[in-house]
Design a binder for this molecule. Structure first.
Ligand code: SAM
Length: 250
């Protein structure tokens, strides 16, 4: 039987084990992706930094680099995740002590661009990040963000293609007209293991990702990366773009 989002063992998800597996020692693929987002967002805002933009990272889990990539552009960054342990991990990262040194390697790549260089990331992260527990598939669409990221969520939350498409749609629905976004997907991923627990994945490739995003975008570039970070997938796909004007009524 295929696992739907609601059936996966999220209550057993361990953010520390997840960071150890994926980010404690940075993979080339993530560093490459961080550089691509940095340059894309820098291009989007080359005419000036918005006065009061709100950013969102959907299904932030235990990954800070999407939020770090939004720091220079935002007055406020919201990190949303459905899983209590991830919310607690993120709250700790945004609290007084400052985030873990594991994330410094990613900031180092970001800080190679001028807009990032002048930001003091730890204090900025603490000052502007707000963490919220929310279900991506059941969001309050009254609010729309000005910039957004969604990393390894839509294809890593369910085995069902309809839930993959719905997650992409919900992310797009959460963005305002013209909002720049970055979204990443594991390519052709089978179910994945975190510690003793197995989580569902929906197999997608660059065409599937493009098809799912195209109706919502004015500008879209897809990077099809062959880098492997574990057995059971065939690379990573990074989508960079802007939300078009086709906004559903709230
Ligand atoms: C593979 S992890 C990716 C985490 C992180 N964004 C990253 O880049 O590593 C999948 C994430 O999706 C979150 N998630 C699963 N179902 C969700 C839902 N219905 N709403 C919001 N987040 C969800 C999980 O808590 C987990 O953090």
């Amino acid at each position: 039987m295929m696992d739907r989002n609601a059936d996966a063992p999220w209550s057993k998800f361990d953010p520390e084990v997840y960071v150890d597996l994926n980010y404690r020692t940075p993979f080339m693929a993530d560093l490459l992706i961080v550089g691509l987002i940095r340059d894309y967002f820098s291009r989007c805002y080359e005419r000036g930094v918005p006065a009061s933009a709100w950013g969102v990272d959907m299904g932030a889990g235990a990954n800070l680099y999407p939020a770090l990539s939004m720091l220079p552009w935002c007055q406020s960054v919201h990190l949303l995740d459905h899983v209590t342990q991830n919310v607690e991990y993120l709250e700790k990262q945004a609290s007084g002590g400052g985030y873990d040194t594991a994330w410094d390697a990613f900031w180092e790549v970001l800080s190679q661009a001028p807009a990032y260089r002048d930001v003091e990331p730890r204090s900025r992260f603490r000052d502007i990040v707000r963490v919220e527990r929310a279900d991506l598939l059941d969001l309050d669409v009254q609010r729309r963000w000005d910039i957004g990221t969604m990393f390894f969520v839509a294809e890593a939350m369910s085995e069902h293609p309809d839930e993959f498409r719905r997650a992409v749609e919900c992310f797009m629905d959460a963005l305002g007209r013209g909002a720049p976004f970055a979204a990443a997907f594991m390519k052709e991923s089978r179910e994945y293991q975190i510690g003793a627990h197995t989580y569902p994945a929906c197999r997608v490739n660059a065409d599937r990702v493009r098809e799912s995003l195209e109706p919502f975008t004015a500008e879209l570039e897809i990077h099809d990366l062959d880098h492997m970070v574990r057995p059971g997938h065939e690379g990573m796909i990074l989508a960079l773009g802007r939300r078009n004007a086709a906004i559903a009524a709230p």
